[in-house]
Write a protein that binds this ligand. Structure first.
Ligand code: UD1
Length: 363
């Protein structure tokens, strides 16, 4: 039985790594499943893709669709046309997609239209915000998914409400957390750490790349100023996503205490977060990682598809209001941020549960 494992963009790579490890192990033990790794090429830079393969021990993709950058529709169309060709030449028995990026949705549609069943890892989560392309990707993917591997009770509930029968929902936990726990001892200080004189608990990490936050220079600059003013003299380390870099270039300047660095490889990025005083982000995955590492997390969004990071974890949603951002950072600096706990099934065994379920579903 052949499974296509789909990965396209940075947040996919840490989600597939543990599944591939368990599949390889089961194969050696005589397990029935084989896989073909398909990289869509949505992210292609070493910093956005290659570094993650190398650090997480992900094998070279069997197929690279090489779609590159484009608008949402251009990327979707290119992935569908190229993946369809692969499937027509050699069909697989299952298409396994992870997360909520354009590659996830495009490959799910392509496979299902060729009557190849789809499994969605991280299925069922919803922010309710249709202005985010990821929410559309989640909804479309889940509408045509056969087996859902879920990360939270919220996800299970969303699926039940949509009429998905219980036997198609597998509450397994989070493969991104499998990767984090497996690598916790390997986290690596970035080279610039000592050069900048960074010290544990004394700097803030910022990541921002959502179009709503970074595409408009004026509002983006207000957020940066709020962060700069409320954290000075502490340093703010900002690994800059390519989309964000474009707006930053136009702005031309950032607050004095900002340290702009390239997008970081996995081990370096999580070292930075683990040792930070706090994280300010608009990412979804970073809120989960910060929660598991117990680091205060301020999210620059109005909604989240991962409410457990707020209810149980260290995360708080503050939207894009610079004043609220200032107040939140003040609370962090005064040591008044909530402590937070660890969400259910964050035990590093999610991939094992997924592969066991696949073996029984596909038998
Ligand atoms: C995508 C995902 C988002 C995820 C993010 C993480 C969708 C809809 N969005 O957004 O969920 O959080 O990845 O990074 O799938 N670029 C490069 N090098 C690359 C890849 C992209 O320079 O290797 C540039 C592109 O030219 C483009 C910009 O980065 O201008 C955005 O890339 P794109 O893949 O369109 O979406 P992301 O914003 O990265």
């Amino acid at each position: 039985m052949l499974i296509d494992i789909i990965a396209g963009a940075r947040p996919n790579f840490m989600k597939i790594a543990p599944i591939i490890k368990v599949l390889d192990k089961r194969m050696k033990e005589g397990g029935p499943l084989r896989y073909r790794l398909i990289h869509t090429g949505q992210h292609y830079d070493a910093r956005m893709s290659g570094d993650f393969f190398a650090q997480l021990g992900i094998p070279e993709p069997d197929v690279n669709l090489d779609v590159g950058s484009g608008t949402q529709a251009e990327q979707t169309a290119a992935i569908m046309m190229r993946y369809e060709k692969v499937l027509l030449e050699r069909p697989s028995n299952l298409c396994l997609v992870v997360g909520d990026v354009t590659s996830t949705m495009a490959c799910a549609i392509t496979a299902q239209k060729l009557c190849i069943p789809v499994a969605h890892v991280e299925g069922g989560i919803r922010s309710g915000d249709w202005t985010m392309p990821e929410e559309i990707n989640r909804m479309v993917t889940d509408a045509i998914t056969n087996w859902f591997f879920t990360t939270s009770e919220h996800a299970n509930e969303n699926l039940r409400r949509a009429g998905v029968p219980e036997e198609r929902i597998f509450f397994v936990g989070n493969t991104m957390i499998d990767t984090l726990l497996a690598n916790m001892e390997r986290l690596r200080q970035p080279e610039f750490y000592n050069e900048l004189g960074l010290e544990p608990g004394k700097y803030v990490v910022v990541t921002m790349h959502r179009p709503a936050n970074v595409d408009k220079g004026d509002s983006f600059s207000l957020l940066l100023r709020a962060i700069g003013n409320s954290t000075n003299p502490a340093q703010v380390v900002f690994p800059v996503h390519p989309r964000t870099a474009k707006t930053l270039n136009e702005l031309g300047q950032v607050p004095d205490n900002f340290r702009l660095v390239d997008p970081q490889p996995y081990l370096e990025f999580n070292y930075l977060v683990k040792n930070a005083l706090a994280v300010v982000t608009d990412s979804g995955g970073v809120t989960e990682e910060a929660t598991v590492m117990g680091v205060p997390c301020i999210t620059l969004r109005d909604s989240t598809e991962r409410p457990e990071t707020v209810e149980i974890g260290t995360n708080e949603l503050i939207g894009s209001d610079p004043e609220l951002l200032r107040k939140s950072l003040a609370r962090v600096l005064e040591g008044k941020w909530k402590k937070g706990g660890i969400p259910q099934k964050s035990d590093g065994k999610t991939a094992e549960r997924i592969v066991a379920a696949l073996e029984s579903c596909m038998a």
